[in-house]
Design a protein around this ligand. Sequence first.
Ligand SMILES: Nc1nc2c(c(=O)[nH]1)N[C@H]1C(S)=C(S)[C@@H](COP(=O)(O)O)O[C@H]1N2
Ligand SMILES: [Mo]
Length: 200
Amino acid sequence: MFVSSERKRLERERRSEGRLPPGQSLTLKWPVLHAGAVPQFDPDTWKFAVFGLVDRPFELTWQEFQALPRKRVQADFHCVTTWSKFDNVWEGVAMRTIAERAMPKPEARFVIQHCEGGYTTNTPLADLLRDNVLLADTHSPEPLTPEHGAPLRMIVPHLYAWKSSKWIRGLEFTADDRAGYWEQRGYHMYGDPVREQRFR
Ligand SMILES: Nc1nc2c(c(=O)[nH]1)N[C@H]1C(S)=C(S)[C@@H](COP(=O)(O)O)O[C@H]1N2
Ligand SMILES: [Mo]
């Protein structure tokens, strides 16, 4: 009873601030949503690969990834199934840090996120270079749990959450936009929650 009225109060507040996208409702919980099984993380064999249309493709071990400069981002999270979770504090490595090291070629305009288990999703490169796009290993104050993407997930706050890959293992820079897992099944190629770009 208390929780439900508190939820509604917060939802009205976010709506009045213009932060609740159309068709979304506020959740105080953190639902777990994905296709397939939660993968096992082995820090000794884990690698992160950056490849495709870049001047300097590279791979990082988990230890090397941990040594990169860290960043903290506070952001909202909107799932296409209509829940929105507000004011998450994520910590990890800025996507921009990865891109600067890889040096994308001029013709690289899109990025495919590749995950453990075969999940993929596509995004314009320019969107991933925004200030608050993060490769996150922490949902502050706790490290990510396996079901929420440990050891590492992408966070793209301004797009629907299916663009925020869990268990990410690689980034492929491409010239053309290639549909990922959900995009091949009818989800929008871009996925802006403000414009309700759920399906195409
Ligand atoms: N690898 C992978 N990442 C994924 C998904 C998935 O199925 N596989 N589902 C996406 C979807 S649809 C959502 S809503 C969010 C959910 O993240 P959460 O389970 O941490 O809430 O993860 C996204 N990332
Ligand atoms: Mo989702």
